[in-house]
Design a protein around this ligand. Structure first.
Ligand code: SF4
Length: 301
């Protein structure tokens, strides 16, 4: 099938000459939006595990080795270590180095990915990350979710768009690729928010994007809002429409890492369609094919 967008798995294959898989690691971090430094309770959609549900209770090195020794570890020769849960730069530089080093324990690891918040990035941390770039492909995943500051405030995001821009510029200064996380279907989202976020991304020096559907999981503030009838998740068709808009308006050289959220089935409340990832992906691929659309076909400089 013709590739309609720059898919991360294909981009990796091209860069490393073979399939590269991800090892998700829980580094035991927390988040300044939970521990009181900039907020309490976290973003309204964030689960108790900080957006990383599938990680066993092992130390960092054990997590990596157990993955490499499992059947998944036999499915590739090259791996990305992905620090996923909470804010993975929220510690002293000394402790961060200890934690990252604890994960980089195999010759099979070719890349280091760190998910974090813009307000947990400073020059010393970026210098540390760039020190790994001689040996590994290092990139940072930054939360943005929305550029509608009112929606961001309602969601208790806890940082401004300007802080996001400053972090991107700092990472750009050290040539560290940035992958931005965005969400579709947040509460109070306006019709043109998707258009605005795509323009925002195109106007920054950003190398990748992860598109997430907003889903409600148990024990979150969004769950309470849903129970009170104050939040209605997006319909399947509307999600597809929005993702198609994003893909077709995004610059062609921005790598698309994902086009749907991966809701943990045991705690997912709504929307039900979020459980059927294959259906979501098939529908997006089919729409792109049927209408002969591809990434960036409507992008205007
Ligand atoms: S920044 Fe991330 S980890 Fe922190 S509360 Fe928000 S979603 Fe959760």
């Amino acid at each position: 099938m013709e590739e309609r967008y720059l898919k991360f798995s294909n981009w990796l294959k091209n860069k490393f000459g073979e399939r590269v898989l991800k090892i998700c690691v829980d580094g035991g971090f927390t988040c300044p939006n939970r521990d009181g430094k900039c907020g309490v309770g976290g973003c309204i959609f964030c689960s108790e595990k900080g957006s990383g549900e599938h990680i066993k209770n092992l130390n960092i090195t054990e997590q990596v080795l157990s993955h490499l020794n499992s059947y998944r570890g036999k499915r590739a020769n090259k791996f990305i270590v992905y620090f996923q849960n909470f804010s993975n730069t929220y510690d002293s530089v000394k402790n961060l180095k200890i934690k990252y080093d604890q994960a980089l324990v195999s010759d099979k690891i070719v890349a280091l990915s760190v998910a974090t918040r813009p307000d947990c990035i400073n020059e010393e941390i970026v210098k540390l990350l760039s020190s790994y770039a001689k040996k590994y492909y290092v990139y940072v995943e930054l939360g943005l979710q929305t550029v509608n500051e009112e929606v961001a405030q309602f969601c208790n995001r806890g940082y401004s768009n300007q802080q996001f821009t400053q972090s991107v510029e700092l990472l750009n200064k050290y040539n560290i690729p940035v992958v931005v996380h965005i969400m579709v279907g947040l509460p109070n989202e306006k019709q043109d928010d998707i258009e605005k976020i795509v323009n925002f991304i195109n106007n920054h020096n950003i190398q990748g994007v992860k598109i997430h559907s907003t889903y409600v999981v148990k024990n979150t503030k969004l769950h309470n809002l849903y129970l009170e009838g104050k939040y209605e998740p997006l319909k399947f068709e509307d999600y597809i429409k929005n993702v198609i808009y994003i893909i077709t308006h995004l610059k062609k050289d921005i790598v698309i890492h994902r086009i749907s959220g991966d809701a943990p089935k045991d705690i997912l409340v709504v929307p039900e369609w979020n459980m059927h990832k294959k259906r979501i992906l098939n529908c997006i691929f089919k729409t792109l094919n049927d209408k002969n659309l591809y990434q960036g076909c409507f992008y205007k400089n």
